[in-house]
Design a protein around this ligand. Structure first.
Ligand code: GRF
Length: 214
């Protein structure tokens, strides 16, 4: 049974997609052991509690400096004793020591087709604003392993979403979440939980039957 920590910062719709997939059996061999938010007011915490999942927050604002905050985060995560960390709308920066200790055991969902519209400052609605401003015809989402860069780790799955002529940043964000994010994250977790996804160098090897359908 893969024990998972889900880290959140906001509404928690990706967390909800994971919870629903476990309940529906589309994710097997995995359990959310806990949810940790970077914000005490994140609605994601309500979702976790409603699902009977232990949920807590650790906010940078509660610490005098980043070093102290990172130490507290490291200790909390180590105490939880999990095998996979899922960043689901998590906006904080993870300490390098944690990323190294959890090499290829942290995954993130990003609302674009990496390497487009990613990197420092590209999160939330801004990703979709930039995609519309650039006039792309196709965008989507990417689930990837986390390395010490920003949105630079090995890519696991991507899913394309067509940009509509009438799309606003909000309508595009909603469709990318519904059609791509909420599909990719559960699929990646199920693949990892069932040994179907491995990392070879900087590429991810996925068993044929687990590959995204065309
Ligand atoms: C959304 O912008 C989503 O695209 C990105 O994180 C934000 C919040 O997601 N992955 P969630 O509803 O908190 O999962």
């Amino acid at each position: 049974m893969l024990e998972i920590l889900v880290m959140v910062s906001g509404g928690g719709t990706n967390l909800q997609a994971i919870m629903d997939a476990i309940d529906a059996g589309t994710i097997t061999n995995a359990r959310i052991k806990g949810v940790l938010s970077s914000s005490r007011s994140a609605y994601a915490l309500e979702r976790a509690r409603a699902g009977g999942i232990p949920a807590d927050s650790l906010s940078r604002a509660d610490y005098t400096d980043e070093q102290e905050y990172h130490q507290a985060l490291l200790e909390r995560i180590r105490q939880m004793d999990v095998e996979l960390i899922v960043l689901a709308g998590y906006l904080g920066i993870l300490p390098g020591e944690l990323v190294r200790a959890f090499a290829h055991k942290i995954i993130n969902i990003h609302p674009s087709l990496i390497p487009a519209f990613c990197g420092k400052g590209y999160y939330g609605l801004r990703v979709h604003e930039e995609a519309l401003a650039r006039g792309v015809k196709v965008t989507g989402a990417t689930v990837h392993f986390v390395d010490e860069g920003t949105d630079t780790g090995p890519i696991i799955f991507q899913k394309a979403v067509a940009v509509g002529r009438e799309d606003t940043p909000r309508t595009l964000q909603k469709r990318v979440m519904e059609e791509a994010e909420w599909v990719l994250l559960p699929k990646a977790i199920d693949g990892i939980a069932n040994g179907k996804i491995r990392v070879a160098g900087n590429r991810v090897v996925v068993d044929a039957e687990t590959e995204m359908e065309e």
